[in-house]
Ligand binder design. Structure first.
Ligand SMILES: C[S@@+](CC[C@H](N)C(=O)[O-])C[C@H]1O[C@@H](n2cnc3c(N)ncnc32)[C@H](O)[C@@H]1O
Length: 610
């Protein structure tokens, strides 16, 4: 049940010039949701307190001093941050949001281990594709989405802060106008052209100039007062001036076109695939690219925010460059990937063998601002599944007849038209406005509408009530009813899925804990394999091929999982160990919690009191 909540006030946009779009609305306030602390990584047990250090003086007391990773929709996360002490504190924002590319970004999921761990007829078992995020937008929703986030981000930015917005040519020109409106045209600093690198494959097939750059818009909160550390690159070997003299002093200051190519000797941002930093995440950006932005527009100890964190590049680079960092993503897989990446970076820093940006050996990097981070959940997006999968599931289980020729409604049930709202957000008046617009465009449509959603905002009920009130008696066409699957006793049952199970032995011997995972089964993985293997039964000889990583909290408090041990095999061919010895906490008994994350990103928790 939602209750009345606190709201944060948002300063109106500066306005002029102003881009307009269908459904443009100002954002005067946003409802604030609380954040739930779900995970801690604090290997040196600072308890979230750094040594006496001015760096953290501005940090809100309610948060442990360390990196912050929020799982949730960034509109809600940013509102939460505004209401909880971060207003005006963020020195640098870098965002690489969806570009409205009209595509879904997927990753190929495979079982772990060398070929042979699980196979049929010599073929590796693949678990197929998993959508990391959807980038398909209806009408002008994309612009409203970005507008709202940019308005919130501006409030978080320090008076001398900077924002970099990564775009491509799909929407870049429009987002620049939106940035002008939100920050004021005087706050525009530079438009950076980033040459992505050598292109191959389908991109080069176009009968046109081959697209090979992204655009990064650089704005500041104050047009004149902002942090900027000029970056210089060396002159090329043998460089002489026109008069034949050798240049004195530093060298060439960086321009606003950045290269990412081996062949460009000057200003070369190393290509990612050669650098060993590549993580299995589509649209991952180079550490070098982000490092350039962080080095120029912030100083060690400053707060760097990326609310579209993806695989965690911004957080990893900020950690390596001694900045404080805050990341957010709506996709749980992105949060898991970022958490694993940051655990590795911090462990290397503690061990003193920290690799620099792009895996280079780095001796002059600043001291880390923190050696810990915490993960928080704002609202509940755990049940996010792919929209196309959701539509199939809903239709199959509710008896909806799919209508592929209708570009708006998903099918019919009895005489009703059915609209299925993507499961990654609760039904809101924004979705209902879309339905209104569609019906306006179909004046002869007399059927009623069934809206299927996972959850709904309270405001959606009020909207529908008002809509139906206007459709009584002779005007009865197009009445709307809502089926909220999360609570619906008749239709909601199918969304419960069989959780994974594990056999784990946990024992204590004086001051040591022994944890042994003897078996693990994920019904979802087995089902996916069975679907792909056809009549051949899949053989999984080693349970570890289904497991991505294992984490242990030896003193679990039932809420915040403290990662005391993590087993994250670096290469996909490697398997988790499955057997662990770790120091036992002083008190007894203690609750030991073992978190097992499978290759589809599903988590299970085994707890035992010892
Ligand atoms: C282009 S990717 C970012 C890639 C990242 N720069 C990297 O180097 O890995 C965009 C990310 O934004 C996330 N995202 C999309 N909509 C979001 C929302 N409303 N709130 C938070 N994250 C969102 C997606 O899940 C995706 O991980």
């Amino acid at each position: 049940m939602m209750t009345a909540r606190e709201q944060v006030h948002i300063t109106p946009a500066k306005g002029r010039p102003m881009l307009t779009w269908v459904g443009k609305r100002p954002l005067s306030h946003v409802t604030v949701f609380p954040a739930q602390h779900v995970e801690t990584f604090d290997p040196v047990e600072s308890g979230g307190e750094q040594a006496e250090n001015e760096t953290w003086e501005d940090w809100p007391e309610r948060y442990p001093q360390g990196g912050l990773l929020f799982h949730g929709d960034n509109k809600e996360v940013l509102a939460h941050m505004l209401a909880n002490g971060f207003r005006g504190k963020v020195k640098l924002i870098y965002i690489d949001p969806p570009f409205d590319s009209g595509a879904d970004y997927v990753r190929r999921v495979r079982l772990r281990g060398a070929t042979g761990t699980a196979q049929i007829d010599g073929e590796d078992y693949s678990l197929g594709e998993q959508i990391q995020y959807e980038d398909i937008w209806a009408n002008d929703n994309y612009l409203q989405f970005m507008y709202e986030r940019l308005l919130l981000l501006k409030e978080l930015l320090a008076e001398d802060g900077s924002i970099y917005v990564h775009m491509d040519s799909h929407r870049g020109h429009q987002i620049k106008l939106v940035l002008d409106e939100v920050f004021g045209p005087a706050s525009f600093q530079r438009e950076i052209i980033w040459r992505i690198g050598w292109v191959s494959g389908y991109k080069t097939a176009a009968l046109n100039w081959i697209r090979n750059h992204d655009t990064i818009f650089f704005y500041t909160k104050d047009p004149a007062r902002f942090t900027f550390n000029k970056i210089y690159i060396p002159y090329p070997e043998g460089y002489t001036r026109r008069d034949g003299s050798k240049p004195a002093g530093r060298g060439i200051p960086l321009e606003d076109t950045w290269n990412c190519s081996e062949a460009d000797r000057l200003d070369s941002i190393q290509i990612m695939s050669f650098s060993g930093e590549k993580i299995d995440f589509p649209t991952q950006k180079n550490e070098n690219l982000v490092a350039r932005i962080i080095s120029a527009s912030s100083n060690p100890g400053d707060i760097v925010l990326d609310c579209f964190i993806g695989s965690g590049t911004t957080a990893a680079v900020a950690q390596k460059l001694g900045r404080r960092w805050i990341g957010c993503d709506i996709n749980k897989g992105a949060i898991q990937t970022t958490s694993k990446r940051l655990q590795t970076v911090i462990k290397e820093q503690i061990a003193g063998d920290a690799s620099g940006i792009n895996g280079s050996s780095e001796n002059d990097a600043p001291q880390p601002a923190q050696l810990s981070f915490t993960v928080w959940k704002v609202n509940d997006y755990d049940l996010q599944i792919q929209h196309n999968e959701a539509i199939d599931l809903v239709c199959e289980h509710m008896g909806v007849q799919q209508v592929r020729t209708d570009s708006f409604f998903d099918g019919v049930m009895g005489r009703n038209l059915v609209k299925i709202i993507p499961f990654n957000h609760p039904l809101s008046p924004l979705d209902l406005e879309e339905i209104r617009r569609e019906l306006d465009a179909r004046p002869d449509e007399d059927r009623n509408i069934t809206v299927v959603c996972l959850g709904k905002e309270l405001a959606a009920d009020a909207w529908v009530e008002e809509w139906n009130r206007m459709r009584r008696g002779a005007n009865a066409a197009n009445r709307i009813d809502i089926i909220e699957l999360r609570t619906d006793p008749k239709y909601g049952k199918f969304i419960e899925h069989k959780p994974a199970s594990a056999k784990v032995k946990i024992a204590r011997n004086n001051d040591e804990l022994y944890v042994e995972i003897e078996d693990f089964v994920s019904p979802t993985i087995v089902e996916r394999l069975t679907r792909q293997a056809g009549i051949l039964r899949p053989q999984i000889e080693d349970w570890r091929s289904m497991v991505d990583c294992v984490m242990i909290d030896p003193a679990y408090n039932g809420e915040d999982f403290k990662i005391a041990l993590s087993d994250i095999p670096e290469r996909k061919e490697d398997l988790v160990k499955g057997r662990y010895i770790l120091p036992a906490p002083e008190h007894s008994p203690t609750i030991v919690a073992v978190k097992i994350i499978d290759m589809l990103g599903e988590e299970m928790l085994v707890t035992e009191e010892v």
